[in-house]
Design a protein around this ligand. Structure first.
Ligand code: SF4
Ligand code: SF4
Length: 410
């Protein structure tokens, strides 16, 4: 058997794992499957066997590397701090080199990695999607009129005929205290344009003028986490060029998508601007937010996106303190608020039934809070949680934090 190596993954990195099994106690996928190769320990062992030439990276091994939401709960609990992303992404990239992307990942990567193609697809599909009923949990998502066997109700994001980044544009604050550039990512640009507008309004209310560059594209997360590193590098280069050539000096780049923030901070080395997640900006301006009032009393719980609390290691108190600062908002804590929602990018497409089980656990935890709304800071989490809430017939709304804040009297 020809010896193959997972690129950039040393024996030292793999043998850091002391096989303690702590990751088994927190892994949302292992919690469903109860199979060792589902969890970090099993995947690291498999990677080590491949690198030592004991086993081959065959299709079954590729399946096990893909069977993971990349939520990083394993990395967080690991007593020896195994750098799990540095193993799983190269392992997936070797699998892609050998077998190519699976059909569903191939379609997702192709669509999201070509800005014009995605904009054309959303423009063409927008009039038809508008015929579908709106989700009662989240107004920018639409409900399919039929149930899918073994899954139930299915939500899809509403594609927009006009992208948010339709031109280079400025949104000026009345009393400007800073200038920021908005890295929108593809979900806000093509689907959640209303939330993108709300992000801008919130930043303006805090005194930041906001610039949106038209030519920016997807951060590359669908390609990166699928192991298609060539496509990821191309998207990274394209975004680098756009942001490097901006004429203005900005205080920082801001994103309101957990995954964009994680990718920009961890995988875009020397990006031209420092990057802040919206929740960091909100926390820094908490004194101002204390004067904001939601129109009526509301109970709100919070879902911590994996790529905010673990990907970016943003402290868990930031969103909670922000919610507590708002007048008329009562914060309610939730069991396992930092557990994955089950989306995991294309994980949901590849393993819909496992994803659904993780999602329903989240929806039930939200229901148990008896809150009126669950808020978070990731468009993917909002959609997946709203779908879970539909599936358990909940009345709780799923709101991006910008959609909640924009309603406040300031
Ligand atoms: S990243 Fe999440 S899903 Fe993947 S192995 Fe670690 S804990 Fe499990
Ligand atoms: S928690 Fe870390 S050291 Fe323990 S088995 Fe999992 S990856 Fe290995």
């Amino acid at each position: 058997m020809a010896k193959e190596k997972i690129p950039g993954v040393s024996r030292e990195l793999l043998e850091k794992c002391v096989r303690c099994g702590s990751c088994r106690t927190v892994c949302p996928v292992f919690n469903v499957t109860r199979e060792e190769p589902s969890v970090a320990r099993g995947k690291i062992f498999l990677a080590n066997m491949i690198n030592q030439g004991v086993v081959e990276l065959d299709r079954e091994a590729a399946h096990f590397f893909n069977l993971c939401t990349t939520c990083l709960r394993c990395a967080e609990i690991c007593p020896v701090m195994v750098d799990y992303e540095k193993i799983i992404i190269p392992a997936r990239s070797l699998a892609v080199e050998k077998f190519g992307l699976s059909p569903e990942k191939k379609a997702a990567v192709k669509l999201f990695s070509h800005r014009k193609l995605l904009e054309t697809a959303t423009k063409l599909s927008a009039p038809f999607t508008k015929l579908l009923p709106k989700s009662s949990q989240s107004s920018q998502n639409r409900l399919l009129p039929f149930k899918i066997p073994k899954l139930g109700k299915v939500l899809i994001p509403e594609p927009k005929a006009k992208p948010f980044n339709d031109r280079d544009k400025w949104f000026k604050a009345d009393k400007e205290k800073g200038k920021v550039v908005f890295f929108t990512g593809c979900m806000f640009n093509n689907f959640y344009t209303q939330t993108a507008e709300n992000v801008v309004k919130v930043l303006n209310a805090l005194g930041y003028s906001v610039f949106v560059p038209k030519e920016q594209g997807c951060c590359g997360a669908p390609a990166l986490f699928s192991g298609d590193l060539k496509t990821f590098e191309r998207l990274k280069e394209e975004n680098f060029k756009v942001f490097k050539e901006l004429k203005e000096d900005f205080d920082f780049a801001v994103t309101a998508c957990a995954t964009c923030g994680h990718v920009l901070k961890s995988f875009y080395k020397s990006f031209p601007y420092s990057v802040k997640e919206l929740i960091e900006v909100l926390f820094e301006n908490i004194d101002k937010i204390k004067g904001w009032k939601y129109p009526q009393p509301i109970k709100v719980t919070w879902h911590h996106p994996c790529h905010i609390v673990r990907g970016q290691k943003i402290p868990r108190n930031y969103p909670i303190d922000v919610l507590k600062a708002l007048q008329n908002v009562k914060f309610i804590s939730m069991e396992e608020a930092d557990n994955c929602c089950g989306m995991g990018g294309s994980f949901k497409l590849s393993y819909p039934e496992i994803s659904r089980k993780i999602q329903l656990k989240k929806a039930k935890n939200i229901e148990a809070t008896a809150a009126d709304a669950v808020s978070t800071e990731c468009p993917g989490c909002v959609m997946n949680i709203a779908e879970g809430l539909e599936r358990v017939s909940s009345k709780v709304k799923a709101l991006h934090i910008a959609d909640l804040l924009v309603e406040c009297e300031k």
